[in-house]
Design a protein around this ligand. Structure first.
Ligand code: C2O
Ligand code: CU
Length: 482
């Protein structure tokens, strides 16, 4: 168990309160409260999944982050005009330890307004980086200080939430690693940011953005797949090494299904959080925004080619990287994969009443000619405040939520401020042994999730195909006190 006892007790208290309240007269005074409904049982089973509150140690880590245009040797090594955090793509990996507070002094030297969103981090609503909703956009030349204490250890990332389809494509993204209070003794840790660039004939980032083609299809899919900004990745490892690989899909639209083939590779975390038990590192559809932590073991040297492939489009696989095992044996202490989190099974939670069914679709019109909609509404990216939340959930209660994709395109739906667990696809129950913050809803598919929001506020929910989001597929969820 990787849950701290005082966190558990906070949630147990919350659950006890809810159970007591919902049982009402049903339980006689003095008798132990017993859950009465499917939702109450789901909530009781959720207890201990992740902490309700942060536990700041008092240590503050301060970072300076500046967004500005830059020319970098990326992709195959030729100069590329990008927008970059601190002059690098990906931006710097910000690394803190659980309990520490991160303070980021941000300066905008872009020719556009921007904000920084901390994708996957449960933080106070005011630090969420959503223009007009949680802050005013940071104008060119402006500054903003982000400060929060993450409640969860894990692999997170940060990116702009203003004109994201342009700003992220130009190179603005970076990884935030929140280490465990006591990190497991891997011999090495690596961060791989997967991206997909659309380059024009001159080898520069193709403009315009948000083309009619991108909008009508699954967003902007490019012609250069990179790991940490470069193609032709070769990873050299020594026998005996055990590597924690933190993988992020930062592409605007492309999905990856990483396949580690013959490698000893296990998924230990999804979207930052540990699994109930590790699963093999193949077949996971890594949508834009998703992260995977992979436990890679190399017990002996081998001359066999080791390769990592993307098999999202089965007929057109992409080679992502080669791995060479050579050199001296490295002794790594044996330890159990850090993946024994409490993840509820929620075996009958899909029978709970549906709190909201989000309908995903499109219509003609809007500023781009095609508007992508949630419940028939396209959000105007510059007027988040003008649209009422499309759903309201009670803090600390279980909600069964459905996404019905009425369109023939794919939509990776991302919720800010809350993790959720997949319950069913097209009515077929699924017990994914992990939480997520982003899930693919395939064409004409119906996806059911269970969620217990524990942070009050108005949170964005949107498609993480950035062109779909820009063309309206965004809304908000309000989490209120019961
Ligand atoms: Cu990475 Cu609003 O998302
Ligand atoms: Cu979409």
């Amino acid at each position: 168990m990787r849950v701290h006892p005082h966190h558990v007790s906070a949630l147990v208290e919350l659950v006890a309160l809810v159970v007591a309240a919902s049982c009402g007269n049903a339980s006689s005074p003095g008798s132990p409260a017993s859950p009465t409904s499917v939702a109450d049982r789901a909530l009781a089973e959720f207890a201990g999944s992740y902490p309700e509150l942060a536990t700041p140690s008092g240590v503050v880590r301060t970072f300076e982050l500046t967004a500005a245009p830059a020319e970098l040797r990326l992709i195959d090594g030729k100069p590329l005009q990008v927008w970059a955090y601190n002059g690098q793509v990906p931006g710097p990996t910000l690394r803190i330890r659980l309990g520490e507070t991160i303070r980021v002094h941000f300066t905008n030297h872009l020719p556009q307004e921007t904000t920084i969103h901390w994708h996957g981090v449960r933080l106070p609503n005011a630090m969420d980086g959503v223009p007009y909703l949680t802050q005013q956009p940071v104008p060119p030349g402006g500054t903003f200080t982000y400060e929060f204490t993450p409640k969860d250890a894990g692999t997170f990332w940060f990116h702009p939430h203003v004109r994201a389809s342009e700003q992220v494509e130009r190179g603005l993204y970076g990884v935030l690693v929140v280490e465990d209070a006591t990190p497991p003794p891997y011999s090495r840790e690596l961060v791989w940011v997967l991206d997909d660039w659309l380059l024009d004939a001159s080898g520069q980032i193709a403009t315009p953005f948000n083309t009619r083609h991108d909008l009508a299809m699954d967003g902007r899919w490019g012609n250069a797949i990179t790991i940490n900004g470069l193609t032709e990745t070769v990873l050299k490892v020594q026998p005996g090494e055990r590597i924690r690989l933190r993988l992020l899909n930062s592409a605007n639209g492309r999905m990856f299904t990483p396949d580690f083939g013959e490698l000893d590779a296990k998924i230990i975390a999804v979207d930052g959080l540990y699994l109930r038990a590790p699963i093999p590192a193949r077949g996971f559809e890594l949508a834009p925004g998703n992260r995977l932590d992979i436990d890679l073991s190399f017990d002996r040297s081998t001359s066999a080619p080791l390769e990592v492939w993307d098999r999202f489009v089965a007929q057109r696989p992409n080679k992502l990287a080669s791995i060479q095992v050579e050199g001296e044996f490295v002794r790594t202490p044996a330890f159990v994969s850090p993946a024994q989190a409490h993840v509820p099974r929620w075996s009958d939670a899909v029978d709970a009443p549906i709190a909201h069914d989000f309908r995903l679709n499109a219509h003609q019109g809007g500023p781009f000619g095609i508007a992508w909609t949630i419940d028939g509404m396209a959000m105007d990216a510059d007027h988040h405040h003008a649209m009422p939340p499309s759903a309201t959930f009670e803090r600390g209660r279980f909600a069964h939520v459905r996404f019905t994709n009425e369109s023939s395109r794919i939509h990776p739906i991302h919720t800010h401020g809350m993790f959720f667990r997949l319950l069913a696809r097209d009515g077929v129950r699924i017990d994914e042994p992990f939480f997520r913050d982003t899930v693919i809803v395939h064409p004409h598919e119906q996806v059911d999730i269970g969620v217990v929001p524990i942070d009050a506020g108005t949170w964005m929910m949107h498609c993480h195909i950035l062109e779909h989001a820009e063309a309206g597929m965004m809304t908000t969820i309000s989490v209120t006190e019961p």
